[in-house]
Ligand binder design. Structure first.
Ligand code: FDA
Length: 399
């Protein structure tokens, strides 16, 4: 079978791979993007609840987790959120800021994917789907400038630069595989242990007695773990808890760690209950709590956690107990929902193995790792796509 030769082969037609193809293609490099999936950009399609949260106005390195917190700085400063916004503007795509700088497409996420595919095509790069990679091997010096051979179910391909953009392990149903880690291992690169992140928590059965009937209901909360805190809307689910602050804190939680939840942020419940006992003694606890919580939650709290009494019947000890339960709830966590529903994978290819300027592997010239496969994971809010765009772009500038 004839061997196909390209300047650049990118494995993975997701956010990072497509951006790399655009940047390399614009430099007149002959680029082939291959992916085993039937469609490109599956995660772009499902992102942001169908409205792709494509970046954030406030991209800062401290919104990323990595063993080396400085690694992401170079790429993020060279291809910024403003560069991506300029591309979105160039295509006339409408968008809006939701909260805290999060930019969402007004149109379905497909509009962002279509824009990426259009740019990829205009840059002269080709995307080939349903292509399974069997083997990658380094070519002998005599084959220069070609360095790598990629054997697939569609034939053999040789390239000067090989870019691994196959993402992490989150959501196997979307085509996620550990392929990128296998390639890193093949070339002797260190891999930092992975963990599902931006993921809901599952709770122990006794906690679920409260949360399960409340499934679908949300309430403002502050979640704290390992000296990190996130504020936002906590969502009860039939397995446990979810919602933005839960997903955010999950990145900082490890099995056995204590999670503390303030269900009444910004209030002093002890004072409120003491004042109520004085000034509205006949009011029931359930009624007072419904001033602060949805009625269904205050009813459930007075059935599951506290005895419903009139405020006059509350002792000081009762008041202390109720205030500490609601300001410092420490749910008994059984785990997370894992990669099945996680938005990202923490850990991955050790950044010590890569150049932060080019994403090239120090031990394997011509081999690049970009996007989520690398040990850089962002907070919720458009930070992960920006890492994919930025790391993809800088690699595309040199491949
Ligand atoms: P990505 O996973 O996007 O792409 C990897 C590609 O490689 C896929 O096309 C896959 O098929 C292919 N591949 C894998 N193994 C292969 C193999 N063996 N051979 C060939 N191809 C292979 N982030 C954000 O900033 N804003 C948001 O709104 C969201 N929303 C969101 C929702 C959901 C449900 C999830 C799961 C994730 C998000 N994210 C997000 C996170 C974001 O989607 C993620 O960080 C990026 O898609 C990572 O981009 P990559 O290109 O690195 O991997």
């Amino acid at each position: 079978m004839a061997v196909n030769q390209h300047d650049v082969i990118i494995i993975g037609a997701g956010a990072a791979g497509l951006m790399c193809a655009i940047s390399a293609g614009q430099r007149q490099r002959d680029v082939l993007v291959i992916d085993h999936a039937r469609k490109p950009g599956n995660k772009i399609m499902v992102s942001g609840g169908g409205r792709c949260n494509f970046t954030n106005y406030y991209i800062e390195p401290d919104r990323y987790l990595s063993r080396n917190p400085h690694f992401c700085k170079s790429a993020l400063s060279r291809y910024t959120q403003w560069d991506f916004i300029a591309m979105v503007d160039k295509h006339g795509l409408p968008y809006h800021e939701k909260e805290e700088g999060q930019l969402f497409s007004d149109l379905k996420s497909k509009a962002i994917l279509d824009m990426m595919l259009k740019e990829t095509g205009q840059a002269g790069a080709r995307v080939q789907l349903k292509t399974e990679v069997d083997k990658i091997r380094t070519l002998p010096e005599g084959k220069a400038p070609y360095r790598y051979q990629v054997s697939t179910n569609q034939g053999d391909y040789q390239c000067q630069s090989l870019v691994i953009a196959t993402g992490g392990l989150s959501m196997p149903t979307m085509g996620a595989t550990g392929f990128g880690y296998q390639v890193a291992e093949q070339f002797g690169l260190n891999i930092l242990p992975g963990k599902a992140a931006l993921v809901p928590f599952t709770l122990q059965p006794e906690e679920k007695e409260l949360t399960e009937p409340l499934s679908g209901l949300s309430t403002p909360a502050v979640l704290s773990c390992n000296k990190k805190s996130f504020t936002g809307s906590l969502l009860f689910t039939h397995r446990g808890i979810s919602g933005p602050p839960v997903l955010q804190i999950s990145s900082y939680w490890n099995p056995g760690d204590e999670l503390q939840i303030d269900l009444l942020p910004g209030t002093d419940l002890k004072e409120i209950l003491k004042d109520g006992r004085q000034n509205r003694p006949k009011t029931e606890l359930k009624t007072l709590l419904s001033d602060y919580f949805p009625a269904r939650l205050s009813k459930a709290l007075c059935e599951q956690w506290f005895k419903n009494k009139t405020l006059s019947e509350l002792s000081n000890a009762d008041i202390d107990h109720i205030a500490s339960c609601l300001h410092q709830w420490q749910p008994r966590i059984s785990g997370t929902e894992g990669y099945r529903t996680a938005e990202v994978t923490l850990g991955g290819v050790d950044t010590d193995e890569l150049s932060s300027k080019t994403m090239e592997a120090k031990k394997a010239p011509g081999l690049y790792f970009i996007g989520e496969v690398v040990d850089v994971s962002g907070h919720l809010g458009g930070f992960n796509f920006q890492w994919a765009w930025s790391s993809g772009w800088v690699a595309g500038e040199v491949v």
